[in-house]
Write a protein that binds this ligand. Sequence first.
Ligand code: ADP
Ligand code: MG
Length: 461
Amino acid sequence: ADAVAMAEQVVADLRDRCETPPSLLREVASEMAREMGAGLEKEGGSRVKMLLSYVDKLPTGREEGLFYGLDLGGTNFRVLRVQLGGNEKHVINRESREVGIPPHLMSGSSAELFGFIASELAKFVADEEKCTAVSNAKKRELGFTFSFPVKQRSVASGTLVKWTKAFSIDDVVGEDVVAELQKAMEKQGLDMHVAALINDAVGTLAGARYYDKDVVAGVIFGTGTNAAYVEKANAIPKWEGELPRSGDMVINMEWGNFCSSHLPITEYDEELDKDSLNPGEQIYEKLTSGMYLGEIVRRVLLKLSAHSSVFGNIDHTKLKTHFLLRTPHISAMHHDETPDLKIVAEKLEENLEITGTSLQARKLVVEICDIVARRAARLAAAGLAGILMKLGRDCGVEMQRSVIAIDGGLFEHYTKFRKCLEITLGELLDDEAGKSVAVKHADDGSGIGAALIAASQSQYS
Ligand code: ADP
Ligand code: MG
C-alpha cells in the first residue's frame, strides 16, 4: 500500500506542477502577443524571432502550371509535384513520395544531407510522366520547405540560424540552405530553379489560404512546433527597405523558442532541457511538441519506478534510455479503452520492458500521459489565443471570420491532444470571438504550400 501511496504522490505532484488554469493561459497568451510585438520592433527584440519570410503574396487559386515541392521536417522528407489548373480547376494532379531521413544524416555533413535530398528529388523527377512534362523553355520550379529557423533576405534564399529538433550539422549553420541545395542538385544533374524557401508553418498557411481567404495563420504541432501569420507590412518597425506592394508580409514566428515565467515547468522539463541538444532554447517547443512529450512521460515513469515499487522489481536499462518512449506510444496508451488497459500493458512491455504491471499501475501511467498531453494542448491553445490577440481577433463584436490552419503529426494523430486544444481555445475567447474563430486541420499543407508559393512567385507568371 505504501508503494502505491508513494507512486500516487509522484503523480499528484506532477498534476499540481502542470496545472494550467485559464488565468495562467491568459497570461501566456498575452505574453505571446507581447513577444510578437517586441520581435517585430527590432532585430533581437524577443526570443520569438518573428522572422520575415519575404512571402508578400499568398496563393490566390489562380496559379497554373507544374510545380515541385520539397519538405524537410524533423522526421520525414517529402517530395511532391502538383499540376495547377487555375481558378476553376485548382489542383488537377498531385503526386508525392515520403522518405524517412536516415538518422546518421541528421548529424553528418551538409554535403551528405543535401546530397541525399537531391538524389531523392532526382529519382522523383525522373518518373515525371512524359505527358505532364513542362515545356522545354521553362525550367522546373521548386518550393523548398525547410523547417528550421532561417534568416532570409529574399523569398528564395536564407541562412540557417541554428538547428532544432534532432538535427545538428555544424557546417550548415550560417550557410544559405538554398545554395547548398542548388549545389547538390547540380551534382545530380538536376536543372531546377528554387523559387521559394519557406518553412512548414508558412507552407501550411499558404496551402490553406489557397482554398480559404479567411485563413490568418498556419501552425504546426509535429516533431516540433511553429506558427506563421499574415502581418501588415507597416506594422513591422524592424522592416528595412521597400514595403511590398501587397502591403502584407508573412511572418515566420519561430514561436518554439517562446519562454515565459508563467509556463508550468517541472523538474522533468528542466532535466530534459539540460540533456537536450539545445539547452535553454525552444522551451515552448519542449512542452508542446511530438519530439518531447513521450520523453517527458518516460522521465516521470523513471522517477515513479525509482521512488516506489509500483512496477515491481524491474530492470531500469530501457526506462533510463532517452527518447525510447515516443509520443505515438503515449498516445496509444492514453487512448486505451480496454477495461484492463491491455494496450498500456503492451506498450510498457514492448518499449520499456516493464512487465506484469498491476491495473493500478497502468491507471497511473494513463494519468501521467493525460497530464503531460493536456498541459501541452492547453499551452498550445494559449499560443493560438496569443496570435488572435495580436491580430485583434480575440474579442469584439461582428467579427470577421478567422481560420487557423493546423498541421503536424501530433495534431493529426493524437485525438485527445487535438480535442483538448480546440476546447481550450474556446475557453480563452469571448463568446463573439468563439463564433468567428475556427481551427482546421490542413492536411499536407507544408508540402503543397511550398509548391503553391513557388507558383505564386514564379518567374514565368
Ligand atoms: P515533421 O514534424 O517531421 O514534419 P510530422 O508533422 O509528420 O513530421 O510529425 C511527426 C511527429 O508527430 C512525430 O515526431 C510524433 O511525435 C508525432 N506523431 C506521429 N504519429 C503520432 C501518433 N499516432 N500519436 C501522437 N503523435 C504522433
Ligand atoms: Mg512536417
